[in-house]
Design a protein around this ligand. Structure first.
Ligand code: ASP
Length: 434
């Protein structure tokens, strides 16, 4: 027994996470088939404490969240400041945004084409819906509101409330201003921020070591609490989105990597596996960010000054999976309602889906909440829309897990492409030796 545990703990981390994923889903399925105790008490050691109200997954998510705000703020400031003169920064920013826009637009077109070809919503009868009201979802506000929220009235408040878009905006401005002040002020401010960033990365490394336990807990909960009732009714919609996400993940993004860097997509995938498995189990780009930075920096070999700029930004701004989902989801709703969206409406949908994916937070189900913006833009409102969105919410978890994987993968490719074009990337390492 002792040597089995010893060998398990000394396996490479991605294998441990993979084993945790299989164990969590298998035990979860068995638990559904043969329910043993209501809270899954014996299968989640964390529930032994605090009357079963704390789960292993929740503890892991909290640890990840604990590092996000200081990590993102210090990482962006030190990334921007180390980009050097404003010209360098402008070039880096331009390349990064160009990649984000190109990959998200490609994702939207995959979603749009598939939904127009498969037409998953035609003939679907939602009936009474899932009983979950779309009003249970917090509405995102208009695009104007979101744009205004990016500029913080008080940056300290943004930090306290972990409002990522405004933290990112302020950190970008702060970092840019830092490149323009002279010595000794620059070094006085940058030195400590850089120091905190490195300490946060160390701390993150410690949290990541716990990923196998966290992934086991999250997957076990996801499998045991998943609502299967509506899977059959709107299975076509789920399959369309899953196929679209797969095409983007395994075909479109690897092509971007291959054409823009000539690096092996297979090797890149292997390097990113820890982050992809974490994204899959947490459904949160923000929570996965520490693992993403770790993989892109230490396995893919992109320099710290690129990852600390491109990845925190990407985790909220660059969401290919979410953008694809917004479009496919809105078309599905229109099809269920028997409404034909003409070309001009579909173009409007593409633009708003892009903006909605930029505005979506990197947290579970954020994509579903943002769908209201796109629905509003094309004029889809009313009770039936609420009924359909409520049903989509009932089956959202597995789709959310998958689109988060795609979001993270796209961020990692953005960092690799920018790192490559700036000459800030090491030789591809042997993934097998990782
Ligand atoms: N959960 C996704 C993410 O964190 C966002 C979404 O719901 O699409 O990347």
């Amino acid at each position: 027994m002792k040597s089995f545990l010893f060998r398990l703990i000394h396996l490479p981390l991605h294998i441990q996470i993979f084993i945790a994923l299989i164990a969590g889903s298998t035990i979860g399925v068995l638990f559904r088939l043969f329910p043993a105790d209501p809270a899954g008490f014996w299968f989640d050691p964390m529930t032994w404490f605090a009357d079963g109200s704390v789960t292993l997954g929740q503890v892991f998510l909290r640890l990840l969240r604990m590092v996000i705000v200081p990590l993102v703020a210090t990482s962006i400031v030190s990334g921007v400041a180390s980009a050097g003169d404003p010209k360098n920064l402008g070039r880096l920013g331009l390349k990064t945004f160009a990649f984000y826009m190109a990959s998200s637009t490609a994702a939207i077109f995959v979603g749009l084409s598939l939904s127009n070809i498969i037409k998953p919503g035609v003939g679907v009868d939602i009936g009474e819906g899932s009983g979950i009201s779309a009003d249970d979802l917090e509405r995102p506000g208009s695009l104007g509101d979101i744009l205004m929220r990016i500029i913080p009235q008080n940056p300290v408040n943004s930090l306290v409330e972990a409002d990522m878009l405004s933290i990112i905006f302020f950190s970008l401005c702060f970092g840019a201003a830092l490149t323009r002040v002279g010595e000794p002020y620059r070094e006085r401010v940058l030195g400590p921020i850089d120091g905190i960033f490195h300490v946060m990365m160390k701390l993150t490394g410690g949290v990541i070591r716990l990923a196998p336990l966290g992934v086991y807990g999250l997957i076990f909960r996801a499998v045991t609490t998943m609502d299967l009732e509506f899977f059959a009714a709107i299975g076509g919609y789920m399959i369309t989105i899953a196929v679209g996400l797969s095409l983007h993940l395994f075909l479109v993004l690897p092509l971007f990597l291959l054409f823009l860097t000539k690096r092996s997509p297979k090797h890149h995938f292997k390097c990113m596996i820890d982050a992809l498995l974490t994204a899959f189990s947490t459904s949160s780009s923000s929570a996965t960010l520490p693992v993403t930075i770790d993989c892109v920096e230490h396995k893919v070999g992109v320099s710290n000054s690129i990852t600390s700029f491109v990845l925190p930004l990407g985790s909220t701004v660059n969401m290919d999976g979410t953008a694809l989902y917004e479009c496919a989801g809105v078309l599905f709703i229109a099809q269920v309602m028997g409404i034909h969206l003409d070309l001009s409406q579909q173009i409007l949908m593409v633009l708003t889906a892009l903006l909605a994916s930029i505005g979506a937070a990197g947290v579970p189900s954020a994509g579903l909440v943002m769908i209201f913006i796109v629905l509003d833009a094309v004029g889809l409102r009313g009770e039936q829309v609420g009924l359909i969105v409520g049903t989509m919410l009932a089956v959202d978890r597995p789709l959310d897990m998958y689109r988060t994987v795609v979001n993270i993968y796209s961020d990692s490719i953005a960092a690799t492409v920018v790192g490559h074009s700036e000459g800030q990337i090491g030789d591809p390492r042997e993934a097998d030796a990782l």
